[in-house]
Design a protein around this ligand. Sequence first.
Ligand code: ATP
Length: 321
Amino acid sequence: MSETMIEISDLTRNYGPTKALDGIGFQVQRGEVMGFLGPNGAGKTTAMRILAGILAPTEGSVHVAGLDMIANPVAARSKIGFLPESPPIYDEMTVREYLTYLAALRQVPKAKVRSAVEHTMERCGLKHTADRLLRNLSKGYRQRAGIAQAIVHSPEVVILDEPTVGLDPIQIREIRQLIRELGGEHSVLLSTHILPEVRVTCNRVAVINQGRIVANDTLEGLEQKASGTGAFFMRWRHPPELSVLQQVPGVARVGEKSGGWTITPVPGQDPIPELVQRSSSQGWDLRELLPAGESLEEIFLNLTTREEEAESLSSGPSKEV
Ligand code: ATP
């Protein structure tokens, strides 16, 4: 039976006139790795800091393992391990000293501190660096130490804010593997703006944009919903201007793809007969007409950008959005 470990309801946070969060809500079940995905400035860090109990919401509620973060913050915080964007690392300590210090700080019983530290180093692949100063670790190993400090007290909930930013591809692969392993024993909320990270580490994803949750589903669910839009792909030898396509009755959205266009119809309408007719009467010379399944990247762009932005992003150089 599933057990709700994180429950966020109607959460709002204002910074002066800026509404960083606008009534968001979602749940994470025991053992789940939930991706928290959104473009820069969407509100991810704000939500995670509230969830970690270090920032107060303007309105709304947060429960961790059934404990109310606002009414009972000390008990609720003890159920959480948090890796912020810039983890608190004490350069002059060794890995073992650092984890021992934090285990004691997080109320691990004295008799259990040693085994907790050894077990955590084992899980995070830090055993062979136990006696090295944190200052001398590579970026990837510093990040492992950051994750280790988040789990040394065996919290039920682990919150990771952009854990792979700035790492090289090998380090990224190792950290993602470690995150996958954390799911099962802990419930993990992982914020990122990197789609492949969600694909390889998460069971579910909540997409946030401009302070609002715009999707909350499994990856398969998101992909299924997108394929239900009736989008199709058309390619012509003499294609019309984008603005011409956008004005055809029944066309909701047009995106460039592989030398042709992906066209999403207005729900309930079918612009294909009109497009085929114009292809012939205007001399566009139709070459291909196929159903178009949307990739996760396209789904994300559609959820988080306006049409013009999606256009420039999807044809831009960066593949990792
Ligand atoms: P990123 O991926 O760039 O870190 P994010 O999704 O984590 O972005 P937040 O850092 O939560 O987004 O910011 C959400 C919004 O709130 C942004 O518009 C940001 O400029 C604003 N904001 C965040 N912190 C503050 C602050 N201390 N004062 C004023 N505005 C803030």
